[in-house]
Design a protein around this ligand. Sequence first.
Ligand code: PLP
Length: 408
Amino acid sequence: MNTLESLLEDIEGKLKSQFDTIDRQCEKNTEKVLKAFKNNNVSEIHFNQTTGYGYNDIGRDVVEKVYADVLGCESALVRNQFISGTHALTVTLFGLLRPGDTFLVISGKPYDTLDSVIGIKENESSLKSFNINCEQIDLVNNDFDYDKIEKYLKTNIPKIIYIQRSKGYSTRKSITIDKMEKVIKFIRNIWNDAVIVVDNCYCELVEDKTPVMVGANIMVGSLIKNLGAGISSNGAYVAGDSTLVEKIAERLTVPGQGSEVGPSLNANKDFLKGIYFAPSVVASSLKVAVLTSYLLENLGFNVEPKYNELRADIVQNIIFNDEKLLIKYVQGIQANSPIDANALPIPSDMPGYDSQIIMASGSFTQGSSIELSCDGPLRAPYIAYQQGSLTYHYGKLAVVNAIKSILK
Ligand SMILES: *Cc1c(COP(=O)(O)O)cnc(C)c1O
């Protein structure tokens, strides 16, 4: 049996090939971001804010152009009026769907917080309450169910097709851009005009291409995850085809006003600084995920993904199969976080989630999960979902100490 000490010896040497791949992607992303700043003439004047209605916010406009360019999209909404990723997804769905419409989800059950939005969990304000119907095709062996998708699309015309890439609190793998590209081509071969919407949370800047670059119409993500880099203190983005983005803007604000309104308050500089740091912060997060995977696998735990696997997102699972170990590990991460290190996380009910959840989030921004965070529902097989880290060294320190605490 390996000891933690023996595993940690020259650990960066052992993981060199994985870390090199991450660094190369980081360099490409860095280039992309700098190019977007230069092409859009980002200047100090864009750090100014608007208040009230937010008319003529040139900073907000340039922020949205930079994000659109980095993501390879026609346009983007980057707003602090989105209170979370779930809110941006909700506004997207309400913006694009009308009573009587059906939307088809082809990646299995969507993220838990969408249950009340869709109406999987009864709610008087759900899409279902507006007579908007959701149908679901599950993944098979961690890939799309091509047969079912084909059969469905030959006899139905859903208003949108929805794909969630990251696994949420499920046990499936997250969906790589190659798999996205393949299924989008397949859908367009059957029905070229399909509107494809992607929940891209946790996947930004992990791989070279974005879902829109491989044919999706809209993608959505949170700014207290990858693209905010721990600098944006709230918000989310919606990016893609400009006519659809504008429709979504009219739901976020007001029909007839759309993206023209919405005060940036103090967010413009942080949104710009966030995406500027995002390539490096995503790289740090990925290195911490790889390190965690390597150490825990070699100590005899089940992990997903493996340290040398191609990653679609920044999430690392540790499958503890043991309630006490899950709790102890999560507590170990909290105890080695910069904020509230003395708080002891305990499992509790959370709005939007079914099982009790234990959550370590010793972060500067509440709920931020691009900062090192670790959580999991208290149900078998007792999986920890760990993600983020603003720097590699802080992440390594926390993970090593959390492991020590479970080995005791
Ligand atoms: C984080 C996440 C969301 C949105 O979560 P918020 O906490 O509301 O920002 C949606 N889908 C997936 C897959 C996620 O990981």
